[in-house]
Write a protein of this length. Sequence first.
Length: 258
Amino acid sequence: MVLVCLTVAGCANVKFSHPLRLQAAEGRFALMLTPRVVSEATDNDVPIQKLAQQDLTRIDSLLPGPPTSVTITVGDPDQILPALGTVGFTDPETGAITIGLDPSWELEPPDISRSLARTLAREVDHSVRITRGPGFERTLLDQLVVAGTQTAFDESAFPGPPDPWVGALTARQACQQWKHLRPVLERVGLHHEVLFGGTVNAQVFGESSVPPATGEDIGDDIVADYLARNPGLGWATLAETSAQTILSASGYSPCPPA
């Protein structure tokens, strides 16, 4: 019944009690859609099954890697990125991926085609980095570079408008924030507030807050500079390259010469 309702019109308001389990990219991805996602997608005419399988097939063609699981569920409203309507998480031990969708579909059915695709791309990139590359990233530098590789890959895999955090900082802000961040790149436990912006420890950073998306934007610039100096580099190779190597070879220097 689930498969019929996903492919045939007229199934609105059907509620599903079991998850839908599928394969994607010739079995590389074990895909699971939770009952609520299947119900909401069906009610709103969103071909979630087709979109996810197509997206994962496209991602696999660009970034080979080991098998992993992908679960698409309804996310926590407090964790959903408003500009995307999605949130992604990759297990730091196993590389298993979870994608959370905005729970307010019944209020405003989203156009999730690009946001789902790009969130899947980011998390697959992270998964490959964990399972085949340097492993789980603990330092601030690691987190900046991961943010950058994710953005570079998702925008290349699914072209279109830049991700919302790209270009979030002015040149002056980037220079100022880099001066604060560079001395603490090897610190652990600082990534969330730096990546997304907000209140920070003034004793560590020299100020009490950082602008929104600071780490995401700086990470994107570091990786963009690295790729510009290494044309033709494959995505799998990038995922396996350490953060320190990427920073050192990027030539990233947001401040003008003194």
